[in-house]
Design a protein around this ligand. Structure first.
Ligand code: MCA
Ligand code: AMP
Length: 505
């Protein structure tokens, strides 16, 4: 028995039903996909990976990248998917910290990652998007492997999430965490084998990997599998889709295109949004244009999905709906377990089978955020109204969400602070018309020095992924501080609120 494998993949063995519709016009059936995954599982084992080992993968989106998830699940190998935008310097930490036995890279990046693999002792293999790469070749030649017996408490994946101190934490997700959430969402959002989900999300995060793909697998539906979000490709595919999942930027970009009309997108039975707050105005514009209301839900890497607006009842713009069946949610006075009265703001805490198992080798951080009684302290501030709808009103964590990607300013500030001529810096997120929030770096020069902005930006670009790089740099004689000496980021955000006004990108 291997519950996650059996329920997501194994039961589709031999099925001629479509699973992935590719831009080339080809369709991969469930049967062919499951067989490829079984061969890949055998190839991974032959390369020395055993149940419980970690496999760090920085690979481009492709059918083989999904097969990798299935192969790891089948063999009990813990998958650690990594953002394709990460630089080798960023990857080094994840591979070393996780003790990954293998680093799987895109063939084009293998050379650049050789050193990272060598230093950490991980075996370097490659997987491309066109059935190429060393793992793909070994898969072609392997005989299918039988799944390893696993239990619901066994770990299935590590997803690294940045921390306020700048040091990322590996969130450990069990089979049960993923399976319970996939089942709940399939029922709640009424996914069936008739669904054709338009999939344009990246597959190295919970949203694109576990929410979109696992729900499709449980329901037995298919996906139009696009390599990335591109408005032209999405508009072309929408007529063949029944549902789509996105981050708010997907919807604002579609609405900015006049070709996105009710004729093109009105027939879908479901649009969902999450990963970042969606403006009420976007909800209203979408409803007016397409005649549908986007279903907004709320989740986190550590909790999978926790709340959702209803499928049938009123979807309330600006809210994230109700706790999902089986998920408990409470709103407490920060620092306590005392629940606040209805309508008042507090810290959102979540408990249930969706909540992760803790941070890899960080017992203290785990204890700080995951209470012994099972409640997880999300760091999101929210309220619940008299009808039970939950609204996220802010974050009690210094986090910026840009286009659905999380950025912890501390990590960026550390790089800027190390540059010549910089005394200190503060990185903030302010409204950005395309990405929701965009990064502004406020730099305080050392007395008598004039830091070179271009040189700072260049240094940042060698160390941090593009999405973490500030889009605007400004200098200030000092940072606003409170009496405790803490930088007043709210004040800086007010001061620079218009930094990106009117900018499209
Ligand atoms: C790309 N760039 C970005 C971002 N993405 N910069 C800031 N924030 C971003 N999110 C960079 C590119 O490298 C490029 O740099 C420039 O911005 C503009 O690129 P563009 O082509 O416009 O961007 P894109 O490639 O179209 O990507 C934008 C995107 C993408 C479609 C919004 O970021 C995306 O798919 N986001 C989804 C994120 C997601 O799935 N989040 C789920 C995690 P240059 O100009 O230098 O070339 S959260 C999660 O899983 C929780 C559990 C949940 O609740 O869901
Ligand atoms: P991550 O750590 O990447 O899993 O991002 C999770 C964070 O995204 C949450 O803690 C929230 O701050 C935010 N988030 C996810 N969905 C929503 C939503 N619908 N509205 C507001 N914030 C959201």
């Amino acid at each position: 028995m291997n519950p996650l494998y059996d329920n997501l993949f194994g039961r589709h063995e031999g099925s001629a039903a479509p699973f992935l519709h590719l831009p080339s016009g080809d369709t991969i059936t469930y049967g062919a996909f499951v067989e490829r995954a079984a061969r890949m599982g055998a190839a991974l084992r032959a390369m020395g990976l055993n149940p419980g080992d970690r496999l760090a993968a920085q690979v481009e989106k492709s059918p083989d990248a999904v097969a990798l998830f299935a192969a790891c699940t089948s063999q009990g190998i813990i998958l650690l998917p990594l953002n394709t935008a990460y630089t080798p310097a960023e990857l080094d930490y994840f591979v070393t910290d996780s003790g990954a036995r293998m680093l799987l890279a895109d063939p084009a990046k293998a050379d650049a990652l050789g050193e990272v693999a060598a230093q950490s002792g991980a075996r370097l293999e490659t997987l491309g998007t066109q059935g190429d790469g060393t793992l793909a070749e070994a898969t072609d030649a392997a005989a299918p492997a039988a799944p390893e017996p696993r239990g619901e408490q066994d770990l299935a994946a590590f997803l690294y999430t940045s921390g306020t101190t700048g040091r990322s934490k590996g969130a450990m997700l069990s089979q049960e965490n993923l399976l319970s959430n996939a089942r709940t969402l399939t029922d709640y959002w009424r996914f069936t084998d008739s669904d054709v989900l338009l999939h344009a999300l990246p597959i190295f995060h919970t949203h694109g990997l576990f929410v979109a793909i696992n729900v499709t697998l449980i329901a037995g539906g298919s996906m139009i599998f696009l390599p990335r979000f591109d408005v032209d490709a999405v508009l072309e595919a929408l007529p063949r889709a029944t549902s789509m999942m996105g981050v708010p930027t997907f919807y604002t970009r579609l609405l900015a295109d006049e070709r996105f009309t009710r004729d093109v997108g009105g027939h879908l039975r479901l649009y969902t949004s999450g990963s970042a707050p969606m403006l009420e105005e976007t909800h209203h514009r979408f409803e007016q244009r397409i005649g549908q209301s986007i279903l907004e839900r709320y989740g986190m890497t550590e909790t999978n999905m926790s709340t959702s607006n209803p499928y049938d009842g009123e979807r309330r713009p600006g809210t994230v709906g109700f706790p999902l069946p089986g998920v408990e949610l409470r709103i407490c006075t920060p620092g306590t377990e005392d629940e606040v009265p209805t309508g008042e703001t507090g810290m959102i805490e979540v408990r249930g089978p969706n909540v992760f198992q803790g941070y890899w080798q960080m017992p203290e951080k785990t204890a700080d955020e995951l209470r012994a009684n099972g409640w997880f302290i999300t760091g999101d501030l929210g309220t619940r109204d008299a009808d039970g709808y939950v609204t996220i009103v802010g974050r009690d964590k210094d986090l910026v969400i840009s286009g659905g990607y999380n950025i912890y300013p501390r990590e960026v500030e550390q790089v800027i602070d190390a540059q010549p001529g910089v005394l200190e810096s503060a990185v903030i997120g302010v409204p950005h018309p395309d990405m929701g929030e965009g990064l502004v770096a406020v730099i305080v020069p050392r007395p008598g020095e004039t830091p070179d902005g271009a040189a700072i930006a260049a240094a940042v670009s060698t160390q941090l992924a593009r999405f973490k790089q500030p889009r605007a740099y400004v200098t200030a004689p000092q940072l606003p501080r409170n009496t405790m000496g803490k930088v007043q980021k709210a004040e800086l955000r007010r001061e620079h609120a218009d930094a990106f006004a009117g900018r499209a990108s």
